[in-house]
Design a protein around this ligand. Structure first.
Ligand SMILES: NC(=O)c1ccc[n+]([C@@H]2O[C@H](COP(=O)([O-])OP(=O)(O)OC[C@H]3O[C@@H](n4cnc5c(N)ncnc54)[C@H](O)[C@@H]3O)[C@@H](O)[C@H]2O)c1
Length: 250
């Protein structure tokens, strides 16, 4: 995809942007001209992503921040505003899985997933909103999941966190719609990243048979939907969930 210049001069944050879907989103936004901040708990990988972004002739910054740490996210946003002047786009992408069937699911597996996926989305959104509110303009995209809509055996914690993100998206979209801020979610199906490479081969094959398009998605498939939701093309769209799943859930 060539640089359309559509996002020239905008400042974007992608949480968990060091690898996988987040990295693809960060690179896509940069290709369309945005300055992109990559935040992650893995600073080394985030810095590698930043090097690739800088080669696209936009400004970029890597910041080490745990999204579940509220004060760290506030500090992160402050640093971005100090260094890049503003925040136009926030993509809440950082997420984890701790899979187990419910009878075996330990409280810490439940808590860790809620902390990163749901509280992390709350914390980053709240921190960035303070600036977007004053600017009277902003785009927020939360990465949910197909599991938040249809459930998935072995992922009660993860499915609940992603369904929570969808409710959160709609509530915040209503609160700030008159302020020029849109809040939407993208719900990926099964995407070929480290997260799904952990699934045993046999299970992957069974999964693929349930996808009408008969393939896993790519990180770029997800990034394209995020780009649409942060571009001017989607200016009248808020509180929505865009499914990127090859038809697996309709
Ligand atoms: N891969 C899929 O099939 C799939 C499907 C639906 C939704 N998703 C969602 O897409 C997002 C990205 O998934 P992915 O497959 O690229 O995963 P990934 O594991 O490849 O990448 C996740 C990134 O988030 C970072 N991260 C983890 N915990 C963090 C924290 N506390 N603070 C900051 N960064 C943190 C990791 O270091 C990593 O760089 C997640 O929210 C995931 O739930 C993925």
């Amino acid at each position: 995809m060539n640089n359309s210049g559509e996002l020239n001069g905008r400042v974007a944050i992608v949480t968990g942007g060091a690898q996988g879907i987040g990295k693809a989103i960060a690179l896509t936004l940069a290709r369309h001209g945005a300055d992109v901040v990559v935040t992650d708990i893995n600073l080394e990988r985030a810095q590698e992503t930043v090097q690739e972004i800088e080669a696209l002739q936009v400004r970029s910054l890597a910041i080490k921040a745990n999204v579940a740490d509220v004060s760290a996210t506030e500090q992160m946003v402050k640093e971005i505003v100090d260094k890049l002047g503003k925040i136009d786009i926030l993509v809440n992408n950082a997420g984890i899985t701790r899979d187990n069937v419910l009878l075996r699911m330990k409280p810490e597996e439940w808590d860790q997933v809620m902390e990163v996926n749901l509280k992390g989305t709350y914390a980053c959104t709240r921190a960035a909103l303070k600036f977007m509110f004053r600017q009277k303009n902003g785009r927020i995209v939360n990465i949910a999941s197909i599991t938040g809509l249809m459930g998935n055996a072995g992922q009660a914690n993860y499915s609940a966190s992603k369904a929570g993100i969808i409710g959160f998206t709609k509530a915040v979209a209503r609160e700030y719609a008159t302020r020029g801020i849109t809040v939407n979610a993208v719900a990926p199906g099964f995407i070929d990243t480290a997260m799904t490479q952990a699934i045993p081969e046999k299970e992957r094959e069974t999964l693929i048979r349930q996808i009408p398009m008969e393939r896993l998605g790519t990180p770029d498939d997800v990034a394209a939907a995020v780009y649409f939701l942060v571009s001017d093309l989607s200016r009248y769209i808020t509180g929505q969930v865009i499914n990127v799943n090859g038809g697996m859930y309709m």
